[in-house]
Design a protein around this ligand. Structure first.
Ligand code: FES
Length: 126
């Protein structure tokens, strides 16, 4: 794997300011039942993404956007989301997990370490 070092947002003064300070991509990909990798949608991703979008809208968080994505290629660990520009990945199971990501990451700027996916994370039996 090529490890490309990129400038961080704000390093390059020629860049425009960030349009979204937190841009969240939630995987809603669906595969046929019984697919060996599974999918985020069968694990409740759509309802949790809709919950997150509504809550962020109700809170009127400035410059935060919740988008849906197709497969992020970490299906076995899902449901998954990733937040840019920092590139923090989360797996989540409940509205309480989403509440914690919103409060800690999107509002307070602190990662929720217990829900973060590591770069080399696999399923316990994989
Ligand atoms: S189906 Fe969600 S990461 Fe692949």
């Amino acid at each position: 794997m090529t490890d490309v070092k990129m400038e961080r947002p704000g390093d390059n003064k020629a860049d425009e300011p960030l349009f979204y300070t937190k841009h969240v991509f939630c995987c809603l990909n669906e595969r046929p039942a019984g697919h060996p990798r599974g999918c985020c949608k069968e694990k409740g991703a759509e309802a949790l993404r809709n919950y997150m979008k509504k809550k962020v809208g109700d809170l009127k968080l400035d410059k935060v956007r919740i988008n849906q994505a197709l497969c992020l290629d970490r299906c076995e660990l899902g449901p998954n989301l990733v937040i840019y520009p920092e590139g923090t990945w989360y797996t989540f199971k409940s509205e309480a997990d989403i509440d914690e990501i919103i409060k800690s990451h999107l509002i307070d700027g602190k990662r929720v370490t217990r829900l973060m996916l590591k770069v080399d994370q696999k399923l316990p039996n994989a």
